[in-house]
Design a binder for this molecule. Structure first.
Ligand code: COA
Length: 406
């Protein structure tokens, strides 16, 4: 008998998301940069962006998404929190995850990680492997596993990326937005789930630092260099000629959209194909043909190209996020996963593939065989409640922040 037969499997136990209430439409952008509703719609499929104000900082969005995911799973508190983000909150230290833990009233290991816009996939992979690692350690010690099976890892992924955008640069400011998605990972002990191998199946992740030049912004820390890469001083003491001579340094998003576009299509579909191959999923099987896919919602044309390359029916591929929110960074596919689950579009046993790319460059894909039934209404947090909670968490956040100045 295979030693792992009958072992509990790691799966998503609940999902959540938080999108700030502010909206920036194509028409609004027409008044800000030389662009048009027609150009944006045709080239990107985007209609409106979710934009946070100072009242919805990153940890507040994270805390709302976290609370929604815990409710969705019927779990009171997570054992660990991993927050994938580009450090677009006010603080680099402490980690946004630690602030989220404080806001939701939990003491547990909580840390941030990045990984560009593929960071949500990476965070999910870390979560699943953490859980399997804990189980394996316990088994190797020959000890009882019942406590380990109660362990959960809360994955958060998202950003307030609009805070590093230059609203004079029409090549980038039209694309990006704010929001956070969440998934609570834990063990499923359900016998059908175990027999039918539900849950997290694995990932294919990759990066290429040589392509870092295609999408970057400076942290504001560390030694600073001029246009000719000559050292000019340390952060905080110098002007920043590489940032349009701004005296007060402000990180600014730089991107070569065309090249990123080409890499995105090739690398996202390549990652999906590699993963399907590695996991031995038969592309002729019914399971593959009915697989649901959430590509990073970076551009409607990128999503279309992914659909064509993977040869799946367009109805199986999520594209609503592009028009609903634009590209809310690591959040796009995690928010989509939550919306698919809460809108009852994910059936138990269905394959769900997510794939993404981002600064680094990084890219990848992961696969879940969905282990949940669509949630009952009491497990889903309504938008109004999320907005109320955003206010509550913001008040708490300000109290927390005030203590930093004591
Ligand atoms: N409004 C109007 N015109 C615009 C414009 C805008 N917002 N942005 C660029 N243009 C112009 C360009 O200046 C160019 O004009 P020119 O032909 O006179 O030089 C023309 O439109 C075509 O520009 P191009 O860059 O080739 O357009 P595109 O079809 O590649 O679309 C992006 C540009 C940025 C929308 C597209 O490349 C993209 O989505 N890339 C991926 C970026 C991404 O996903 N980044 C996030 C990664 S996580």
């Amino acid at each position: 008998m295979n030693q792992i037969d009958g072992l509990s499997r790691v799966a998503v136990l609940g999902t959540g998301s938080a999108v700030p209430p502010g909206r920036l439409s194509n028409k609004d952008l027409e008044a800000m940069v030389e662009t048009s509703n027609e150009w944006i719609t045709e080239r990107t499929g985007m209609e409106v962006r979710s934009v946070s104000t100072e009242n919805e900082p990153l940890p507040v969005l994270g805390a709302v998404a976290a609370t929604a995911a815990l409710r969705s799973a019927g779990v009171e508190r997570p054992s660990y929190i991993i927050f994938g983000n580009h450090k677009t909150g006010t603080y680099s230290v402490p980690d946004n995850a630690a602030i989220v833990a404080e806001l939701i009233g939990v003491k547990c290991p909580a840390h941030d990680m990045s990984g560009g816009c593929s960071g949500g996939l990476i965070a999910e992979d870390i979560a699943a492997n953490k859980l399997y690692g804990l189980l394996m350690q316990q088994l190797m010690r020959g000890e009882d596993i019942s406590e380990v099976l109660k362990t959960t890892v809360l994955v958060l992924a998202g950003d307030t990326l609009t805070h590093v955008l230059d609203y004079k640069d029409r090549g980038t400011c039209i694309l990006l937005s704010d929001g956070v998605g969440a998934a609570l990972y834990g063990f499923t002990t359900n016998s059908t789930a175990i027999q039918e191998k539900h849950g997290y199946l694995g990932s294919y992740l990759m990066s290429d630092g040589a392509l870092g030049r295609l999408l970057w912004w400076a942290s504001g820390a560390g030694p600073q260099f001029d246009e000719n890469l000559k050292y000019i001083g340390n952060a905080g003491t110098v002007d920043h000629p590489r940032h349009r001579g701004q005296k007060d340094f402000r990180p600014r998003f730089h991107m070569n959209g065309n090249e990123v576009f080409r890499h995105a299509v090739r690398k996202m579909t390549g990652a999906a194909e590699m993963l399907i191959q590695q996991l031995g999923i038969d592309q002729e099987s019914e399971e593959y043909k009915t697989m649901l896919v959430i590509p990073h919602q970076a551009n409607g044309r990128i999503v279309q190209a992914v659909i064509e390359k993977l040869g799946l029916p367009a109805d199986n591929v999520w594209q609503l996020g592009v028009a609903r929110y634009a590209n809310n960074s690591l959040g796009t596919y995690m928010i989509a996963q939550d919306e698919m689950h809460t809108e009852g579009r994910l059936d138990k046993g269905r394959l769900l593939l997510k794939n993404a790319f981002g600064g680094g460059l990084t890219w990848g894909a992961n696969l879940n065989r969905w282990a949940l039934n669509p949630p009952t209404a009491d497990l889903v947090m309504a938008i109004d409640e999320k907005l109320e909670l955003m206010k509550e968490y913001y008040a708490k956040y300000k109290e927390w922040e005030a203590r930093m100045c004591e």
